[in-house]
Design a protein around this ligand. Structure first.
Ligand code: BGN
Length: 397
């Protein structure tokens, strides 16, 4: 009888303990759920000045300027400076990216006191292990450039790089040519400094994690692997667009980028194909680190979709050695060493060449009528439909 009673007692005690444990566990779950909902409804910090908060995909992001406040101008770059550590202690992982209205270039300048003329920087307290040039093709995107500079400068400083930012600005109104501008950027940047890595960077892509280090790999690297516009994953296996990193040797081995893709699309795929044709392969950071936010915009004027891109891409195997760094022609119009970047304005000509022949004036005008409405140089515009097959590929070079 006694034993039966004590058995019951133990059973009740056991059930009691179970109940208490269950209550505690459910309370913890409840707290998690409550704090999850509180975070969803909390207004995001648009100034980016405080600790950490959430991006649209739910990843916690910190202020990109947070780790930089203690760096000061005080140090001089002597011979006795130690090398920076292999992994920068300033790296913080996810970065909160937002686009507050009212940001100005002078505000960006104020927040980056250690950046010098031409958009150059070296860590003040150690000798950088890497020298990286950022090449940004550009036209009519001042608004995007301002945000990119706002995020990129501190991002690169956190990585303790010796870096320079080059903006390659296409002069005139002829169709945009992203890849040719990259070739110009490569040559002009290498003329100035012995960079050991070049990052070819779209103006509208903001890196969201500073573990995505802007240094080169032993093979060409595709850095923009997880963009918000593609749901933070690669849109297709061979994608090489947005941001890529090559050493000067990689670049020359693949004869640089193509010069003949005028307008939107295909040039990045051509570059990806060149990588493998030159006997190299594409490396990538992790999906976690290679995250980018794209600044939303409409398709630009002067950058219409290139209807020739399919045919051109089909011929990369035949064309890559004939068109690229070995044939690039351009004229530098100006080179300005601005506080936050080096601005190189360049004439890259048109599909008809660097100095297309002016079309002969129509007979009536030649016979004495003033030709006030005739432009001095008439540039051929790319046709809306792909022309006959033999005209594809090399256009005017
Ligand atoms: C692809 C484009 C790329 C572009 C990506 C992402 C082409 C060539 C088709 C054979 N490629 O479709 O240039 O970066 O989409 O937008 O259009």
């Amino acid at each position: 009888m006694v034993t039966i009673q004590s058995k019951w007692r133990y059973l009740f005690m056991f059930l009691g303990i179970q109940l208490v444990v269950m209550a505690l566990l459910s309370r913890e779950g409840y707290q998690k759920r409550v704090s999850y909902f509180i975070r969803i409804f909390r207004k995001p910090d648009t100034t980016g000045s405080s600790g950490r908060n959430h991006t649209t995909a739910g990843i916690i992001g910190g202020d990109v300027y947070a780790n930089l406040s203690h760096l000061s101008k005080g140090h001089s770059h002597g011979d006795d400076m130690p090398y920076c550590p292999k992994t920068s202690p300033l790296i913080g992982g996810p970065i909160h990216v937002s686009f507050p209205s009212g940001l100005t270039l002078s505000e960006v300048q104020r927040k980056n006191p250690l950046v010098v003329r031409g958009g150059r920087y070296r860590p003040p307290d150690c000798e950088a292990r890497h020298r990286t040039a950022i090449i940004i093709p550009h036209r009519h995107r001042e608004h995007h450039l301002k945000f990119l500079l706002y995020y990129l400068h501190p991002f690169l400083q956190r990585q303790q790089l010796n870096y320079g930012i080059y903006v390659i600005h296409q002069a005139g109104n002829y169709t945009f040519n992203r890849a040719k501008l990259m070739n110009v950027g490569f040559r002009e940047a290498m003329r100035e400094e012995d960079w050991d890595c070049l990052f070819f960077h779209d103006v509208d892509l903001i890196p969201e994690d500073d573990r995505n280090t802007y240094v080169c790999d032993s093979n060409p690297k595709h850095a923009a692997i997880a963009m918000d516009k593609f749901g933070y994953k690669l849109p297709y296996k061979m994608y090489f667009g947005g941001v890529s990193a090559l050493t000067p040797l990689h670049y020359l081995k693949m004869n640089g980028f193509p010069n003949n893709y005028w307008g939107w699309g295909g040039e990045d795929d051509d570059i990806g194909v060149r990588v493998s044709l030159a006997g190299m392969y594409i490396t990538r950071p992790s999906l976690k680190a290679g995250r980018y936010k794209m600044i939303k915009h409409k398709l630009d004027k002067g950058n219409d979709v290139n209807p020739k891109r399919f045919n051109m891409l089909a011929k990369t195997r035949q064309t890559w050695k004939l068109d690229g760094m070995n044939t690039v022609e351009y004229e530098i119009i100006s080179r300005q060493y601005l506080p936050l970047y080096t601005n190189i304005t360049v004439n890259i000509g048109t599909e008809a060449g660097l100095h297309p022949h002016p079309t002969p004036p129509p007979p009536a005008k030649a016979a004495g009528k003033p030709a006030a409405d005739a432009p001095a140089v008439v540039a051929e515009k790319s046709p809306a439909k792909p022309p006959a097959k033999q005209k594809e590929g090399h256009s005017g070079k």
